[in-house]
Design a protein around this ligand. Structure first.
Ligand SMILES: [Fe+2]
Length: 263
């Protein structure tokens, strides 16, 4: 299996940084990400690849470790520390599972796609950074998020600047990705948060869950959530981690939290 065969390279020529078309695609992708903090490539995976990758992920689903928590938009869980601070005091509910990277068999398509150099080279060109590295974390480098019936991720900003995900398997219903772009540290951040957390959805944008989409996203600046999933089929989303710094590991605390073990 060559990872190139998984991707619709006619539509998204990520391996081509030479031809005029390839360079125009890279430039367009970079500008889109710079201006909106979000690049969604619908139909990135071929239909057959979606089926194969989803089947692999379903076979690993039983390894998922589930966490349930209440946090604020900044992912703090000691909400009493924020009493009287408006939207920062509001609790959001999250229930999500994750399959650790070390559960992925060595020949698995997802592992090979994550390790494939042209993919990281393309993402680096989108970010415009001098360097980009895969995580060295044996659990968190490329994990699979599992949202079962009742699963959701409340409104939050990510700790990491970059998030790369694959929309692999849609649930029966719910599991929508909603966001308010670029509001972190904006002068009206608190006012927007107050409105959104009160259920006012006029500023909220909605990204449909389309199986086969590659999403490159700056979750530090953009408020986002995953709405409640319902039905027997899990929402499956591989999370591919990269960093400008080499040899990145999650802390033991983060690993115990997400995967129930430190190593
Ligand atoms: Fe997030």
């Amino acid at each position: 299996m060559n990872p190139a065969d998984l991707i619709d390279l006619d539509r998204y020529p990520i391996t081509d940084d030479v031809s005029a078309d390839g360079q125009a695609f890279r430039m367009h992708s970079r500008l889109k990400f710079q201006h909106t903090g979000l690049l969604a490539l619908n139909g990135f995976l071929h239909e057959a690849a979606i089926a194969e990758l989803a089947a692999e992920a379903r076979a690993l689903e039983h390894h998922a470790h589930f966490v349930e928590s209440t946090h604020n938009v900044y992912l703090a869980t000691q909400l009493e520390d924020f009493a009287g601070e408006g939207p920062a005091a509001k609790g959001e509910h999250t229930f999500v599972g994750s399959v650790a990277y070390d559960r992925l068999p060595h020949g698995s398509r997802l592992r090979r796609l994550y390790q494939w150099d042209p993919l990281i080279a393309f993402i680096q060109s989108v970010l415009g950074t001098a360097e980009l590295h895969r995580f060295a974390d044996p659990l968190g480098a490329c994990s699979i998020n599992v949202y079962r019936d009742g699963g959701r991720h409340g409104w939050h900003f990510d700790e990491s600047e970059l998030s790369v995900t694959l929309m692999l398997q849609a649930p029966e219903s719910g599991g929508d990705f909603e966001y308010v772009a670029g509001i972190r540290h904006r002068h009206d951040e608190e006012a927007v948060l107050t409105r959104v957390l009160d259920g006012d959805c006029r500023e909220t944008q909605h990204l449909p869950f389309t199986e086969g989409t590659l999403l490159i996203f700056n979750g530090q600046q953009t408020l986002h959530r995953v709405t409640r999933v319902a039905g027997p089929r899990a929402r499956l989303v591989p999370v591919l981690c990269f960093s400008e710094r080499p040899d990145m590991f999650n802390s033991d605390e983060v690993r115990r939290y997400f995967w129930g073990r430190a190593g």
